[in-house]
Design a protein around this ligand. Sequence first.
Ligand code: IPE
Ligand code: IPE
Ligand code: MG
Length: 253
Amino acid sequence: MSQHSSSTLVIPEVSAIPRHVAIIMDGNGRWASKRMMPRVAGHSEGLGAVRNIVQECRKFGVEYLTVFAFSSENWRRPPEEVGFLMKLFLKSLKGEVSRLAESDIALRLIGDLSRFDLAIQEMVEFSEDLTANCKGLTLTIAANYGGRWDILQAMRQCLAKNPNLKPEQVSEELLQPHLSMAYAPEPDLFIRTGGEQRVSNFLLWQLAYTELYFTDILWPDFDEQELHKAFEWFSQRERRFGRTSAQLATHKL
Ligand code: IPE
Ligand code: IPE
Ligand code: MG
């Protein structure tokens, strides 16, 4: 088992401020359409929101922030929009990485990067290396990521490493270290902007006991105040992990 155990095996420590926040940044297209702008203008605007939220999370002492930038299903979009998103991805990596390093923020990418251009793959490697020793916050970008892909790739790695594994020997402990976020605790708080109440193939395994927060705010409008509202909501949740309220009350005494 890696340093972080599973919420279904060990009851995690809880705190008022989430250690790990995972966000589906949705609503860029609608933000632009409402202003009679092309959808892609919403993606550019969304980048500013990411910048603010990253810094605000760092300020609050969040240890891990994971954002969904491009899903394994987003290739189904019109080629012009996909092409724009790829250019924006490369441009923002180049433009932001030194600022991240200065802010002591480590950058990591999860997802099947093999489908991206070599220029993107190289820039990802450079950015991860440059920020590898940063300790203030770990920012993970999920790109060409899918929760099902993650579970399958973990299973494949697990079987490759243990070729004689019998079905009854397959366990969470063996699988977990191969999941793409094995380096982080499971998310405490999930935020989805844009009004939809679904998970859209994001961190399926890791969201087992995450608190789910949905807001109608479109991603480019999600600012520090909106993040504070989500934190406030989170601090009111009773995280029982299968136990009863009464058990929690005695536990606290
Ligand atoms: C989220 O915004 C960004 C990506 C999926 C890349 P959308 O582009 O999905 O915006 P809406 O949902 O169409 O408004
Ligand atoms: C989820 O948003 C993926 C990202 C934010 C990157 P979508 O807009 O693609 O989700 P669906 O298709 O509406 O569920
Ligand atoms: Mg959307």
